[in-house]
Design a protein around this ligand. Structure first.
Ligand code: GBH
Length: 482
């Protein structure tokens, strides 16, 4: 067994940062970009907590050179960002024109990263479907059309940047597009059975169809990459899945322990089992019956084996309590309750600004091992990990810049990752903090901040690195020297 430091440096040479198009770029109508479903969703009153949108965000469309300079200053070795599909193909479809000016923005960004010695990792899709495809045929809900249009978009990107980009991610968190977009309606396009929230949607069927279409389109894009680009470009491609850890609400109750496994299956294995094993998990089939689509042989051939690496987004943990009644038709978690306190009233972790997020670093080590064991020790990139901080938006500047809580979060989580790599033999090749800068936090607007850099939205968009930015760099440096 190599020394802890040695192994970790071999495995995790890169400190990285990460952001997504709609959350940072702004410039929604510049150089020919058209609306995505997030532009239109933000216009519906009541959908975004503070009534804001991504029209300006961090203004990164104009300030990408500043962003790259910041990355360099913070010692980042790589940068994960996503593409706005409707910037590159405004109308989205395979017969629609490519917008060269929009495409050029991403080429310029990649060139700027390389000029500064920073490795680009590109996510093709982070939730912002071109509105035109939603209007034309219902977007993800029309699998036949959607898969062809997604593959065409992927091809445009591989062609334009394949020689410069060696790490591709097809999707960021398909769970969110499916569940938050088509079951709860909290994210664009806002479908749900809850008629108080939306005039359209069927939470009992749509999310499972959407998930299926996303998986098949992922598989089809990977096939294209492997057949037409991989050999020459020498890159790798995978999908990024979200997943948080689970602990039983009552550890003496076998049904709570069992429900924990089911929760992981409903959130992670829904996508990862088809990719690594060719089939949806049995627990999902059992609960959802034929509302969960089945794979045709052709679809299975596309999806199974379609990951060169596993992209892991991870933030927190929950306590899980089983339910003894039958699952409701709209249930998407696996007939269980997700709680922040256990039976004894103990909280899983301290509160943050995000109601769903309480840090529990030990859960990180446990979950990476769970993923590694279940899927045959895949190469893993941690593609997001980070926290908000309770009340941060209202704090005085010195306190914001001295974000000890976030610094502590990163210390705990990165050390837990180091343990997984050195003690549990997990094959993790990189780590990306979420996020480089405060940005548009979707339905929570700008009140919730996740950045290791403060963005002064009102004060000319100036960026101020917080203490946590230094700490992430220090933790890696010290792990690599120890
Ligand atoms: C990431 O998702 C996103 O990729 C990123 O864009 C975002 O800024 C970042 O999180 C911070 O939020 O309300 O109980 O149904 C994180 C994964 C999965 C976390 C869904 C919130 C909602 C739980 N998200 N989860 S609940």
């Amino acid at each position: 067994m190599p020394q802890r430091g040695e192994y970790l440096c071999g495995a995790l040479q890169e400190i990285r940062a990460k952001q997504s198009s709609y959350q940072i770029e702004g410039a929604p109508h510049e150089d020919g970009r058209a609306d995505s479903i997030w532009d239109t969703f933000c216009r519906i009153p009541g959908k975004i907590a503070d009534g804001t949108n991504g029209d300006v965000a961090c203004d990164s469309y104009h300030r990408y050179k500043e962003d790259v300079a910041l990355l360099k200053q913070l010692g980042a070795k790589a940068y994960r960002f996503s593409i706005s599909w409707s910037r590159v193909i405004p109308l989205g479809g395979r017969n629609d024109p490519v917008n060269d000016a929009g495409l050029q923005y991403y080429i310029n960004l990649v060139d700027e990263l390389h000029a500064n010695g920073i490795v680009p990792m590109v996510t093709l899709f982070h939730w912002d479907l071109p509105q035109a495809l939603y209007d034309r045929y219902g977007g993800f809900m029309n699998q036949g059309e959607y898969v062809q249009d997604y593959v065409n978009f992927a091809k445009v990107m591989f062609k334009a940047m394949g020689s410069k980009v060696k790490h591709w991610i097809t999707y960021n968190e398909p769970w969110c597009s499916s569940i938050l977009g088509y079951s709860i309606g909290q994210f664009a396009p806002g479908h749900t059975s809850d008629r108080k929230k939306s005039p359209i949607g069927d939470s009992s069927t749509e999310p499972w169809l959407v998930g299926h279409a996303l998986l098949v389109s992922h598989g089809a894009a990977v096939k294209l990459y492997r057949e037409e680009f991989k050999q020459e470009d020498g890159g790798t491609i995978g999908i990024t899945l979200n997943g948080d850890w689970v602990e039983p609400w009552d550890s003496n109750e076998p049904k709570d322990v069992e429900a924990c496994e089911r929760k992981l299956e409903f959130s992670i294995s829904w996508f990862a089992d088809p990719i690594y094993k060719g089939e949806y998990p049995a627990s999902m089939r059992k609960q959802l019956g034929d509302r969960l689509p089945t794979f045709t042989e052709a679809e299975r051939a596309l999806v199974q084996g379609s990951n060169d690496f596993y992209g892991m987004n991870h933030y927190c943990a929950n306590y899980i309590k089983h339910k003894s009644t039958d699952a409701e038709p709209q249930d998407y978690v696996g007939n269980l309750e997700m709680l922040l306190e256990d039976k004894g009233g103990q909280s899983i972790g301290p509160e943050t600004q995000s109601p769903w997020l309480r840090p529990y670093p030990k859960g990180f080590r446990k979950l990476i091992k769970w993923i590694s064991d279940r899927y045959g020790r895949p190469i893993i990139y941690v593609t997001e990990n980070g926290t908000s901080l309770k009340g941060e938006n209202d704090m005085p500047m010195e306190q914001i810049l001295g974000d000890d809580f976030r610094a502590e979060y990163f210390r705990g989580y990165i050390n837990a990752l180091a343990e997984a790599v050195t003690l549990d033999n997990v094959d993790c090749r990189g780590y990306m903090a979420w996020s480089l800068m405060d940005n548009f936090e979707w339905a929570e607007g700008y009140e919730t901040r996740f950045g290791v850099t403060y963005v002064d939205y009102e004060g000319g968009q100036k960026r101020y690195p917080k203490k946590s930015a230094k700490v992430v760099a220090e933790v890696f440096t010290s792990l690599c020297q120890s």
